[in-house]
Structures are given as C-alpha cells and as structure tokens.
Design a protein around this ligand. Structure first.
Ligand code: NAD
Ligand code: ZN
Length: 230
C-alpha cells in the first residue's frame, strides 16, 4: 500500500507572509473579539462590521505572498511517491498560490456564499450585505467562512483520509480549535506517525510522536527535504 501523508495547516504557516495569527490566548483576531467577527450571532448583530473585517482580511491576503513553507508543501505534493493530502484551517489562498492543492475546512476569503440558497461565487474585493445572490437574487451575501458554531467543510472526506494515513503532520496550528484539533487522535488511532511542526510546542504536544520546533519557513522545507530524501 502506498504511503499517505495528511497535513493539517493553521495560521502559523502564513505568519511569515505577514498575515496575523489568531491569538487564542486573548481571544482576539486582528484586535477584534471572535464573538463579534467569527460567529453567526456576530454577523446577525452587525453585518457591516463583519463584512468590513473580512474585506480587510481579503485585501491583506491579496497583498501577501506565499512563503517557503507553502512552496515546500507544494513540492512535496508533486514529488512524493505516495499521496499528500493537505487540509488547511486558513482562509487565505497562499497554499494555492504556492502551487499546492488543498481543502479549506474553514472556508475561503475569495469565496462568497448566499445564506438563503447556499450558492457560492467568486468574492468581489469588497463585499457588502446588500450584494445579491447570482442564483436566487436574495440580498443575503456572507463571507464563505466557517464561523464558530458552524460545521466545517469536507469533514467526511477528511475522516476518510485520516483513516488510511501513514503520517499525520500538524503545521502552525495551536490545536485549540475543534474538530481540527482532534485529527491527530484519529490518525494515531490508525497507527499513523504523528509530527507537530510549530514555533513552540503547543499544549497538545503529548499527542505527537515527534516535535519540530522553529519558524515554518525553515522547518517545513527541511522536513520536506528529509521526506523526499534530498
Ligand atoms: P492559531 O492562530 O490559533 O495558532 C497559530 C499557531 O501557529 C500557534 O501555535 C503558533 O505558535 C504558531 N506559529 C506562529 N508563527 C509561526 C511560524 N512562523 N512558524 C510556525 N508556527 C508558527 O491558528 P489556528 O490553529 O490555525 O486557528 C486559527 C483560526 O482562525 C482558524 O480557524 C482560522 O480559520 C482562523 N485564522 C486564519 C488565518 C489565515 O487564513 N491565515 C489567520 C488567522 C486566523
Ligand atoms: Zn441565493
């Protein structure tokens, strides 16, 4: 059976591209309370604020460039003899622009979603609550972002990949946001080797067989070289 590597990435892999991480310690994301900008209740209470927030995140992501870690994972995906499945919690598109194929379990800044009929389309640079759906015409446009309390995308597909994987790697994720934080346990249950790559050990470090500590732009290319035998 061929080796299958499942990689979970988080905000830390984009940090050196200049995109701020979510600071779980104080519950703030770019100086906003998570309750205000990343929950359905926050959106219902103040849709203008939430659209402004994601419009700003989109602009920031467009200005950012993929870094050596994103590019190394794309190289792994194209050169590894087995299968490399990358699932990201990030809503930026730096993995794709670095050349990788990824699934966005928490949605994407470059996608718009109709809350009335669930149609998706390419997000305009600036999204407004008065934008109408190209399918049903309702003015219920929202960022295609999975907020706290909502079901992440691709969960069945991810579960299938975790069951068969031989190696599971978590990169730049604090391990505090579920269900992603539980993936390492699912991989362990199937006998996979588990590796954490992070700036510093996280609280879930005991779940991993191996820790690689340091900046993603250095540690990820080095780990990819190791896997590819370079
Ligand atoms: P997090 O912000 O909670 O944790 C980031 C982790 O990255 C930390 O453990 C930190 O030690 C590590 N880190 C920071 N800089 C690093 C570097 N240079 N190299 C390696 N590791 C580094 O991130 P999370 O676990 O992904 O959870 C954040 C949630 O907020 C997600 O649900 C995500 O959707 C959202 N978010 C996304 C983005 C993005 O798309 N880039 C940015 C902020 C938040
Ligand atoms: Zn619609």
């Amino acid at each position: 059976m061929q080796d299958t590597i499942v990689i979970l990435t988080g905000a830390g892999i984009s940090a050196e591209s200049g995109i701020a991480t979510f600071r779980a310690s104080d519950g703030l994301w770019e100086n906003h309370r998570i309750e205000d900008v990343a929950t359905p209740e926050g959106f219902a209470a103040n849709p203008d604020l939430v659209h402004d927030f994601y419009n700003a995140r989109r602009a920031k992501a467009q200005d950012a460039q993929p870094n050596a870690a994103h590019i190394a994972l794309a190289r792994l995906q194209s050169e590894f003899a087995g299968d490399v499945y990358i699932v990201t919690q990030n809503v930026d598109d730096l993995h794709e622009r670095g050349g990788a194929k990824v699934v966005h379990m928490h949605g994407a800044l470059n996608s718009a979603l109709c809350a009335a009929c669930q149609t998706r389309w390419d997000a305009p640079n600036v999204m407004h609550k008065t934008d109408t759906c190209p399918n049903c015409g309702t003015a219920a446009t929202r960022p295609d972002i999975v907020w706290f309390g909502e079901m992440p995308y691709f969960m069945d597909e991810i579960a299938d990949r975790l069951v068969g994987c031989t190696t599971f790697v978590a990169i730049g994720t604090s391990g505090q946001v579920y269900p992603a934080a539980g993936f390492v346990q699912e991989a362990r249950n199937c006998g996979a080797e588990t590796i954490e790559i992070n700036l510093e050990p996280t609280g879930s470090q005991y779940m991993f067989d191996r820790q690689i500590t340091g900046k993603a732009t250095q540690t990820v290319p080095a780990w990819v070289d190791e896997v590819l035998g370079a």
